[in-house]
Design a protein around this ligand. Structure first.
Ligand code: FE
Length: 208
């Protein structure tokens, strides 16, 4: 997986990366209160749990992405996988947004979206539909699969499968939007697309 560096570089500890903006920077679309709970309790909680679980095991000195790769699909290590994957997913999510973001992209990523989805509007429809149709908790993603861009969804803590390169993600666990939107996931996803998407981050992931 490429994208953000999630730390965990072999000193036995997975670190909680800093938020790339202030906790109130995404208002009014995502409140400071939501970010404080989401980052300060949920994301930070996954970091604490995974560190507790890997302590003294063969995973202790691996980086985060290696832990995710080695525990994926292993029923005995599901707790480590879930917490490690959620550390990765949340770091990727914070970086997928920025104040003043959203709307249609420009440049290389815009051309690629037009080529692979037909239009920006078609991409938006596909992304929103993945985010809304994810039953229960999970994530919607824009990924690069070989040469093609695709929209996928993953459930619970799952990350895009090996070989897929994530470009953007949105968290559709209720904790991501309930304080601001209650059950209106569609309004949250719409705000994400219209006002928050960090297209520079997506393009950096696209061009590697
Ligand atoms: Fe979350």
């Amino acid at each position: 997986m490429v994208g953000v560096s999630c730390a965990g570089s072999g000193d036995g500890t997975i670190k909680l990366p800093s938020l790339p903006y202030n906790a109130d920077a995404l208002e009014p679309y995502i409140s400071e209160e939501t970010i404080r709970f989401h980052y300060g309790k949920h994301h930070s909680g996954y970091v604490k749990k995974v560190n507790r679980m890997i302590k003294g095991t063969a995973y202790a000195n691996l980086g985060l992405e290696a832990i995710i790769q080695k525990t994926r699909g292993n029923a005995d290590e599901i707790g480590i996988f879930n917490n490690a994957a959620q550390v990765f997913n949340h770091t990727f999510y914070w970086n997928s947004m920025k104040p003043g973001g959203g709307g249609a992209p420009t440049g290389i990523i815009a051309e690629k979206i037009e080529a692979d989805f037909g239009s920006y509007d078609a991409f938006k429809t596909a992304f929103a539909s993945a985010a809304l149709s994810q039953f229960g908790s999970g994530w919607a993603w824009l990924v690069k699969d070989g040469d093609a861009l695709k929209v996928i969804k993953t459930s619970n803590a799952d990350t895009p499968a090996e070989g897929l390169i994530p470009l953007l993600t949105v968290d559709v666990w209720e904790h991501a939007y309930y304080l601001d939107y209650q059950n209106r996931r569609a309004d949250y996803v719409d705000a994400y697309l219209q006002h928050l998407v960090n297209w520079e981050f997506a393009e950096t992931n696209l061009v590697g």
